[in-house]
Design a protein around this ligand. Structure first.
Ligand code: NI
Length: 292
C-alpha cells in the first residue's frame, strides 16, 4: 500500500490535481488512504512526507500572493490576539484597582465619619461662653463659627511659657495662611488673668506676636466660664511684695472647626510647629472631605 501511495504522489496527474485543487484533493487522498490502509498510522506518515510538503510547495509557487496575505493575516491575527490579551489584562487590573481603592476610600471615609462623630461628643468648647475682645466687643461662641481657629489660654505676665507658645502659634498661623490649599486659621488668646489683663493690655500683648490675633478677656466669672467650657485649668499662685503673682495653667492649643467643634489639641511643648502645621492641614483636609 505504501508503494502505491508513493507512486500516486509522484505521478504528474496527482501533482497537478494537488496543485489545482489544493485542500480538496488533499482531503480526498487522505480519506482514501485512511479507508484503504490497514495501518492508519503509517498512512498518516506517508501523507505528511509526500502529500503535505508537495501541496505546500505547490501552493507557494502558485499562490505566493495569497500565501503572503495569509502569512500577513496570521501575523495580524497574532498581533490582534496579543492586543486582545493585553486589553483583558488591562481591564482586569483597572477593575481590581477600582474595587481596591473604592473599598479603601470607603473604609477611610467611614473612619473619618466615626472620628468626626466622636469629636462632636467631646465636651470641649461645646457650651457657650461670653468674653470681651481687645477692642472691647463682646464675643461669644457663635462669633467664631464659620472659620477655623486655634485657641490658647494664658496670661500676659507669663515669664516664658506663654510667649514661647504664642510665638509658635504665630509661626503656625503664618505657614497655614500662606498655603492656599487650606483655609486660613485664626489665632485666639484667652487670658486667665482678668485682674491684670484688660482689653488694652491684651491688645498690645497679642499684636507683638501676630496681627491676626484675637485677644479675649472678661470678668472673673466670664473667664471661669470660658475656661470651664474648654476644660482648662488655672490657679493663681501666692503674691509677692509687689503684688505680683504667677498663674499656673494648662498649656494646650485647641484646634476648633468652623462648626465650633473641637477637632484636635496640641498640648506638649516639645512638639515642633512643623508637626502641628501638618496635623492641622490634615484635619482641615479631612473636614473638607466630610463637610465640603
Ligand atoms: Ni503661661
Amino acid at each position: 500500500m505504501l508503494s502505491v501511495l508513493k507512486f500516486a504522489a509522484q505521478s504528474p496527474l496527482v501533482r497537478n490535481r494537488v496543485s489545482l485543487r489544493c485542500f480538496g484533493i488533499f482531503s480526498a487522498f487522505s480519506k482514501a488512504n485512511l479507508n484503504l490502509s490497514s495501518s492508519p498510522h503509517s498512512i498518516r506518515i506517508v501523507q505528511y512526507n509526500f502529500f503535505k510538503p508537495r501541496f505546500q510547495s505547490c501552493c507557494k509557487l502558485h499562490t505566493s500572493a495569497t500565501s503572503r496575505q495569509s502569512e500577513k493575516g496570521s501575523n495580524q491575527d497574532e498581533s490582534l490576539s496579543m492586543n486582545a490579551r493585553l486589553k483583558i489584562v488591562a481591564v482586569f487590573l483597572a477593575t481590581w484597582c477600582g474595587v481596591y481603592f473604592a473599598a479603601k476610600y470607603s473604609r477611610s471615609r467611614k473612619e473619618l465619619e466615626d472620628r468626626d462623630a466622636e469629636m462632636k461628643q467631646v465636651d470641649i468648647g461645646a457650651s457657650d461662653y461670653e468674653l470681651i475682645d481687645q477692642d472691647g466687643r463682646i464675643r461669644t461662641k457663635k462669633d467664631f463659627l464659620g472659620r477655623w481657629f486655634l485657641l490658647y489660654f494664658g496670661f500676659t505676665h507669663c515669664p516664658d511659657i506663654c510667649p514661647e507658645e504664642l510665638d509658635k502659634m504665630a509661626d503656625i498661623i503664618k505657614t497655614i495662611d500662606s498655603d492656599t490649599s487650606v483655609p486660613d486659621l485664626l489665632p485666639v488668646f484667652v487670658s486667665v488673668d482678668p485682674e491684670r489683663d484688660s482689653p488694652a493690655v491684651i491688645k498690645k500683648y497679642v499684636s507683638e506676636f501676630h496681627p491676626n490675633f484675637v485677644g479675649l478677656t472678661g470678668t472673673k466669672d466670664q473667664v471661669k466660664q470660658a475656661a470651664k467650657a474648654f476644660r482648662v485649668y488655672f490657679s493663681a499662685g501666692p503674691r509677692d511684695d509687689d503684688n505680683d503673682y504667677i498663674i499656673d495653667h494648662s498649656i494646650v492649643m485647641y484646634l476648633m472647626s468652623p462648626q465650633g467643634n473641637f477637632v484636635d489639641y496640641y498640648g506638649s511643648r516639645g512638639i515642633p510647629s512643623e508637626r502641628i502645621v501638618e496635623s492641622i492641614k490634615q484635619n482641615m483636609r479631612n473636614y473638607r472631605r466630610l463637610h465640603g
